[in-house]
Design a protein around this ligand. Structure first.
Ligand code: FEO
Length: 417
């Protein structure tokens, strides 16, 4: 391997490149971060995250995206090791969010002969983020443009708003590899196994994949559908996303999940109960509702205390299930804050096509039910079942029949869909 001669400004020099050959002449040169607490400074990532980057070692060398600054040391070691003294000919920029573009300026200093291949919107963002002159090393591409690198021909497909307006994906027509940018990504660091078929994805990764998709690009279902439509016209043998495992088997399983998520259809016919409770009385009503549903044979009921669950998880679960029970105390003459935050976040993510039941609570002037209903009515195709259950401080025996009636409506809805 070529001896390193540059000064690395990121973390430390590990002296341990960790690139991986993933397909003939294609290498993984990304890295994982298990230190970061909040992705985008908002989403908890207890399982870490990977910043994927790929290097094609053809007659010309091509790097597809860079990585987050946090893994810059490892990334540059991987790039240098794979190049092994060869010059870097091209950098393809599929996405300009800093978790993938942060190292562009440093890359240009290390590999000054590189040509940047990207679309006009992304080029403008490079100029916005960095003080570098790219005019004499930029090759601008539009929908359907191609780049021949020797054995490979790369085609560029625009994917606006998946997840930013400049996003594009790159399709290797030679080996049928789709470099899918943020699409098909997931939270979660890679633990040596970089292929989805090397892990139990359904058991260990799907929750994070759903939470990533819904919270990062969930708002842009139409645009994701457009990309899926374009992708369906391509023969794809491998999907290389910018986060999470690479897909080379059972691609249909993962694509189908995205079809469902992006079309706002529930992934599971089932009941999710989320409550916001100050002293436990609203929680008790939610627990009772769960028991009534279980007695009616409803299985796999999910229940969360909104005060103890990150809203990104709650939003993700709301996208998962067909029926949602929302129970909230009244607070400041409105909805208890964690439930109010959830409803605003659901609206921001274009949540739709679901059935909801409402339980409110208030000691002197219950307001939360009415206000939850108002927020839900601002969303698309949300069916609110029956009358709201209104508790005055605590549920009483004479309200059990109302609870049973609401439970029956939920069960009937589940059985009829
Ligand atoms: Fe992983 Fe939109 O960046």
């Amino acid at each position: 391997m070529r001896k390193k001669t540059y000064f690395c400004s990121y973390n430390l020099l590990y002296n341990m490149q960790n690139s991986r050959l993933i397909n003939q002449d294609l290498y993984y040169v990304g890295a994982s971060d298990r230190k970061l607490a909040l992705f985008e400074n908002i989403y908890p990532i207890p399982r870490g995250v990977s910043y994927n980057s790929y290097m094609l070692m053809d007659e010309k060398t091509v790097l597809l995206d860079t990585a987050d600054a946090a893994v810059g040391g490892q990334f540059f070691e991987n790039v240098a090791a794979v190049l092994n003294g060869r010059k870097l000919d091209y950098l393809v920029v599929n996405h300009m969010e800093p978790d993938h573009c942060a190292l562009i300026e440093d890359l240009l200093l290390r590999y000054p002969e590189v040509t940047i291949v990207t679309n006009a919107k992304a080029a403008a963002m490079i100029r916005q983020f960095f003080n570098v002159d790219i005019d004499n090393r930029l090759q601008t591409v539009a929908e359907g443009a191609t780049l021949n690198t020797g054995r490979h021909t790369l085609t560029f497909v625009m994917a606006p708003m998946v997840h930013w307006p400049e996003a594009m994906v790159t399709y290797d027509t030679t080996d049928k590899v789709l470099f899918s940018a943020d699409a098909f990504g997931t939270f979660g660091a890679l633990n040596g196994n970089i292929f989805a078929d090397e892990v139990n994805f359904d058991r260990d990764w799907l929750d994070d994949a759903r939470r990533y998709y819904i919270n990062i690009v969930g708002k842009y279902g139409v645009q994701v559908q457009n990309l899926l439509k374009k992708a369906s016209a391509l023969e794809i043998k491998m999907i290389c996303p910018l986060h999470g495992p690479i897909w080379r088997e059972d691609l249909g399983y993962y694509i189908e999940k995205h079809v469902k998520w992006s079309s706002y259809q529930p992934e599971e016919k089932g009941v999710l109960i989320i409550y916001g409770s100050i002293y436990g009385h609203t929680a008790a009503a939610a627990e009772k509702m769960a028991s009534l549903l279980a007695e009616h044979g409803v299985k796999g009921i999910a229940m969360y205390d909104a005060s103890h669950t990150h809203v990104s998880q709650l939003v993700s679960e709301c996208f998962r299930y067909s029926h949602v029970v929302l129970a909230s105390s009244t607070y400041n003459a409105g909805i208890f804050t964690p439930i109010e935050d959830l409803l605003h976040d659901l609206k921001a993510h274009a949540w739709q096509n679901r059935t909801v039941a409402i339980i409110e609570n208030g000691t002197w002037a219950a307001q939360s039910g009415k206000q939850m209903r108002t927020l839900l009515e601002e969303m698309k195709n949300i069916t609110i079942l029956g009358e709201d259950i209104s508790l005055k401080s605590a549920m009483k025996e004479n309200q059990i029949e109302d609870m049973k009636f609401l439970a029956n409506l939920i069960v009937a809805g589940l059985n009829n869909e």
